[in-house]
Design a protein around this ligand. Sequence first.
Ligand code: FAD
Ligand code: MTG
Length: 405
Amino acid sequence: AMRGHSGWTEQWASPEPRKTYDVVIVGAGGHGLATAYYLAKEHGITDIAVIEKGWLGGGNTGRNTTIIRSNYLYDESAALYDHAVTLWEGLSQDLNYNVMFSPRGVLMLSHNEHDRQGAQRHIHANRLNGVDNEWLTPDECKAYCPPLNISANTRYPVIGGALQRRGGTARHDAVAWGYARAASARGVHVLQNTTVTGIRRSADGRVAGVETTRGFIGARKVGVVAAGNTSVVMDMAGVRMPIESYPLQAVVSEPVKPCFPCVVMSNTVHAYVSQSDKGELVIGAGTDQYPSYSQTGSLSIFNHTLDAIAEMFPIFRRMRMLRTWGGIVDVTPDRSPILSKTPVPGLYVNCGWGTGGFKATPGSGHVFAHTIARDEPHPINAAFSLDRFETGRFIDEAAAAAVAH
Ligand SMILES: Cc1cc2nc3c(=O)[nH]c(=O)nc-3n(C[C@H](O)[C@H](O)[C@H](O)COP(=O)(O)OP(=O)(O)OC[C@H]3O[C@@H](n4cnc5c(N)ncnc54)[C@H](O)[C@@H]3O)c2cc1C
Ligand SMILES: CSCC(=O)[O-]
């Protein structure tokens, strides 16, 4: 920790920008900070600046409902998200910072025959990929999550659920702080309150650096990790992205004693819930159905979700909601991320995580660092290329995030 200019102990340096760096990362969210950390730790590249227009972790990383799991359908997705879960399991030790990873189990409910068939297909596909996932009967769901209402005479009766026991939650702020602190300790510069306003290319078309609100910063390689703002930033390099940005909201309740032991999700009713370590219910919903850069969202989404939560968990019917907020999620046509080189030499992009990228944070940073360092994708992210939208080799996980996009 360093003594900051204000006298209090800072966990990371706040240096003046140098004129050039080997690598610039645009965006100090979890994915950008993790990328910088693994570039330094795994590849020995430390001449890095992570440039952030606001405060580190202030984007979706600091706004999400922290669900972690890897029970995705496609082989490529299972490999990517399970790589992340494996890194989550040792992350606090690796960073020497408690990210509060809690493998409390993620239970995805089925309410009708369509849900059940889809869930069991996921379970079989996951088992083939070595990803833990198991089918529970309604009584077993109730035993795993006692507040769950499994009576038959409800609008959305529970007919079973798919449980990934290795899934769970983590403290989102701590993930950003842990990576920033560990990257800074290895010499990485984290430049907060600094907006990238342009991407400069040299005569031969290669990336040459970024224009910022603190002047031009030269770089041989630039990684854009700007989530909901990706299209805006990549447009600065003349690269058009297959991304739509939507508001996705969350709400927390008043804090209560520990009463909810896991994560429960339901795609049919567009709701998911867990309980934070401070005691609040952390509730999420579907996205608003219109592109927007607002970090709020419409009330109708919450009314619908809270109706469903109140029916699925009657003990919560009198809970008071404390605050709501939103983030800007970057959604691709096939709902899978883009971790890729780009048509601009030296320019790389990591985006498209939509409503479900927090769970991937360590795995994303790890393989994106490999991609930047070696100028070729890691085998795990090779399929998540930008050009799949030209070749048609989609990885269609639209149903995976268990929320209606
Ligand atoms: C309400 C909500 C709930 C969610 N719940 C979950 C969940 O339960 N589980 C899950 O897996 N995922 C969830 N997600 C998705 C997840 O939060 C994101 O996919 C993930 O955090 C993206 O991380 P990131 O580091 O790429 O983006 P961010 O954390 O958004 O970081 C991008 C950064 O880039 C910066 N930036 C943008 N433009 C510029 C510029 N021009 N110059 C400099 N900096 C710039 C931004 O300020 C931002 O800090 C949720 C998202 C929301 C909004
Ligand atoms: C916001 S949805 C959370 C997830 O994808 O597990």
